[in-house]
Design a protein around this ligand. Structure first.
Ligand SMILES: NC(=O)c1ccc[n+]([C@@H]2O[C@H](COP(=O)([O-])OP(=O)(O)OC[C@H]3O[C@@H](n4cnc5c(N)ncnc54)[C@H](OP(=O)(O)O)[C@@H]3O)[C@@H](O)[C@H]2O)c1
Length: 302
């Protein structure tokens, strides 16, 4: 698989996200098979978070990943990226970006992952109740203390990205990117939107910072049960037919083509899903195809 960079670490261009394994309570045997399929396909980045857990359990996702990787040895040791500042309380998912909370979440993740140092530690999302610089300052302190090797951000605007870079070296930004939403930032308690100050992906590319594109298919809750949303993208459907590949694979190839900084984080709970998505590494789309994929039906793009 093509290699891309997260700071000073090379990773396969397609990454695997584990959120649904815990949030949707997937059979652990299926998770294990999915991680094995990902590693075999060249995936070397697995994304998780403190908040990706079952109700009443702390760090379920991280423990699951650690248990599978413990049996695989050093040759199959992917970069495991986790996040703090967001937690689960029953059916609620509150944000807490206070420095002391971020440190507590990081300590819990270290223990759950069974490591002395986390390869990539990300602020899950800015907390409107806490000055952003204070949350980022906690990440810098964790790095100084040797608890995390590299620092990342998630759900940030361009202004927040630039502010954070004044405080600590940033290796990655994890924001949404898809043919439907373009770039989007999750705003708790309000509508999602784009960065009002401009293009976060372009800024990441210019700064040599990885852009971890989350939920490329807009999540697992699509109305057709296949995870893709309803808004028609006739170009996408047509290209998948013409190329004889899945729509999901076309989307991953579209993401990879947006910038060399992009690393799509594919949510998969079945080996077939991650094998198929990882094969997008071999799918080179033309400029015309790229334009058709994101064009809405009204543009008559097919
Ligand atoms: N930072 C943030 O705020 C944030 C927010 C959301 C997500 N994320 C990250 O992004 C990751 C992915 O997000 P997500 O899982 O919500 O959304 P997603 O990746 O857009 O969609 C996942 C869905 O796509 C299906 N799928 C994947 N590859 C497929 C293929 N080749 N063919 C058919 N179906 C396929 C999966 O099916 P199966 O499960 O059946 O395999 C699952 O239903 C998360 O695990 C997490 O790491 C981060």
């Amino acid at each position: 698989m093509e290699q891309r960079r997260v700071g000073d670490v090379e990773v396969g261009a397609v990454a695997l996200g584990g959120a649904n394994w815990s949030l949707l309570e997937i059979d652990p045997a299926e998770v294990e098979a999915t991680i094995d399929a990902a590693l075999a396909a060249g995936v070397t980045l697995i994304d998780t978070a403190f908040v990706y857990t079952k109700a009443g359990v702390e760090c379920h996702n991280e423990q699951l990943i650690a248990a599978v990787l413990a049996g695989r040895g050093a040759d199959a040791a992917p970069l495991v990226a986790t996040k703090g500042g967001h937690y689960r309380d029953g059916d609620e998912f509150p944000i807490d970006g206070r420095p002391e909370t971020i440190v507590r979440h990081c300590d819990a993740s270290l223990a759950a992952l069974g490591v002395d140092c986390i390869g990539l530690y990300q602020l899950h999302l800015p907390d409107p109740k806490v000055p952003f610089a204070e949350s980022v300052g906690a990440l810098a302190e964790l790095k100084d203390a040797g608890k995390v090797r590299q620092v990342g951000l998630s759900n940030v605007t361009l202004a927040q990205f630039e502010e954070a870079r004044e405080i600590v070296a940033i290796a990655s930004v994890q924001n949404h990117l898809s043919p439907w939403a373009g770039q989007a930032v999750f705003h708790p308690g309000g509508p999602d939107g784009t960065s009002p100050e401009g293009d976060v992906l372009a800024a990441c590319e210019a700064a040599g910072v990885a852009f971890l594109a989350y939920a490329p298919f807009t999540g697992p809750f699509g109305p057709d049960g296949e995870s893709l949303p309803q808004a028609p993208r006739p170009g996408l459907e047509a290209i998948a037919r013409e190329r004889g590949v899945s729509r999901h694979q076309v989307i991953v190839a579209w993401l990879l083509a947006q910038s060399p900084a992009v690393i799509p984080i594919v949510g998969a709970s079945r080996p077939a899903s991650i094998r198929d998505a990882a094969a997008a590494d071999d799918l080179r789309l033309t400029g015309d195809e790229l334009a058709r994929i994101a064009a809405p039906a009204t543009a008559g793009a097919a």
